[in-house]
Ligand binder design. Sequence first.
Ligand SMILES: [Zn+2]
Length: 232
Amino acid sequence: MLNWVLEAVVILLLFGPPGCGKGTQAVSLAAKFRIPAISTGEMFRAECKAGTELGQRACTIMQSGGLVGDDIVNCIVASRIARPDCRNGFLLDGYPRTVPQAQNFGLLLEERGLPEPVVIHLDVPDCVLVKRLTARRQCPQCLRIYNLQSQPPRRAGYCDDDGSGLLTREDDQESVIRDRLHAYSQLTGPILDWYGPARVHTVDGAQPPEQVARAIEQAVAEATGRIPVAVR
Ligand SMILES: [Zn+2]
């Protein structure tokens, strides 16, 4: 079967620690390259909802609080990227999570005649992330989230909408954040090592979001020749 594709297929893998702005970048990259941004969480929920055998197995494991094994995750990814919206490429956020998953993903791309992925690592020093994440405050009344650095309330310490005193959430305590950052590097370090420095494009994620976006787009253009479309 011939499948004429006018543009180069872009397969993007996005890695970055909690608080690095990965979610925002994923949304804007998806729009600019006209590819779906796929997070493993959404993929799992969709598969569960579809009620496939695979979905049911994943569902049962997740509901019992267990970790879904590589076999099931790999199958869910394979089924997701076979969908028509992935014909020009796709962005994955949260996969691969282990070296065996990365190896399997390489084989899957090869089988489907797809190019190698562009691996983006959003690098932000822990101290910057800790500062960013500990600056989060929440209104206990309306649950609105503020950030003392980037989105402060008009009156320090109080919600703009209802005047309630803002609180720090349990998840945003420094010790909790340091644990999450540690867990992230333990998990992701080996995967980035496996791809190796020649394949991994490290982008300074501490820059303003627009500059981060430009750096990623440049890495994609260099690797695939694909230029982002203008997004209004
Ligand atoms: Zn409020």
